[in-house]
Ligand binder design. Sequence first.
Ligand code: SF4
Length: 406
Amino acid sequence: MALYLHVPFCVSLCPYCDFVVVAGAAARGPASRVGPFVEALAAELQLRADALDAAFGAPSSASRPALASVYLGGGTPSLLPPDDVARLLALVDARFGIGAGAEVTLEANPGPDERGDAWALGQAGVNRLSLGAQAMDAALLRRLGRRHTPDDVADAVAGARAGGIASVSVDLLYDVPGQTLESWADTLDAVLGLGVDHVSAYALTLDDPDAEGLTGPLGDHLPTRAGARRWRQAAAREQDDDRAADQYRLASARLGAAGFRGYEISNWARPGYESRHNLAYWRRLPHEAAGPGAHAFDGAVRRWNAARLDRYVAALSGTMPTLPPGGAEPVDARTAAAEAAILALRLDTGLALTDASDPSSPLAPHLEWALGSGLLEAFAGDRGESRVRLTTDGRLLSNELLARLV
Ligand code: SF4
């Protein structure tokens, strides 16, 4: 249904970042690793497509529908030369099939030397840009270690429109140290004033992938640098659950009043501009993935590539490329049911009660508790079926409920 390509390059590292990213000389200049990476990514796509051919037949057939979404995420995929984006998308189309009207998203940073050429990206096949705006407050952007200014965000949105990009999304962060409710309101108003189609708003998370055991040789994260760890420890002391809740409520209200639907806990869209790619994840549909640290799911098994770029490129280079190192784990029936419930509850379409409310279901007592606590509300679905969804309080306290469902 969907294909994710991870592009692990950024000009510099933001201290809160726990995506798989290499920065500095590896990202651009004479020692850039971009060229070898693109070759390796193309080789991985060929190998993944070979496996799908063998299992399901040719792409764009009854047994193997064409992709509804391709997503180039990062990192900063807008650092890729547009010719490389065009070449990769042509390869994806030839080997996986890109369906008519498919969503093709590319993540971009707003800085003038990072955002890429929207027109050329559009010519390459990109029809949706996701801009890492994060804030429209210059001081806050500096605090976050970002290289761009609020004016750069405005220029990037205008450039995307002038380049013919049909759908423009911005990512924002709240619960940021030093961020007042007024600054957050100004940021929301500013991005709405730019006429974007989609807003993702995430609370700043300051997890430590090392402590979670995710940074080993086969792990899907890279080790955290000492300076970044110190920044996170200091930032964590300035986070505040109550302020975050106020900021979330404000986002819901402002974006809702502007005609945006909060279709997922952290995502709002004008009607018709919901992220089809992320909906594939939240609906637990099969998706393929390539690139360092990328995660795939075939409906039964989760698979990931290890994060280290050098090992990724080494495996996929030469005359006999092999799949990169990584791991896989099957999802058992109980975990699958819990995952499906958790993901469905992230969406405003909620969860059908048909199976989950069966008293023998392990989920039933938790759903009953959440209904009684006002975290869930019952409603009738399109076909008159009984469903439940998170209330606004439920969205704020979703971790409490979702942890019980695991
Ligand atoms: S721009 Fe995004 S991906 Fe790159 S380092 Fe900053 S947070 Fe990470």
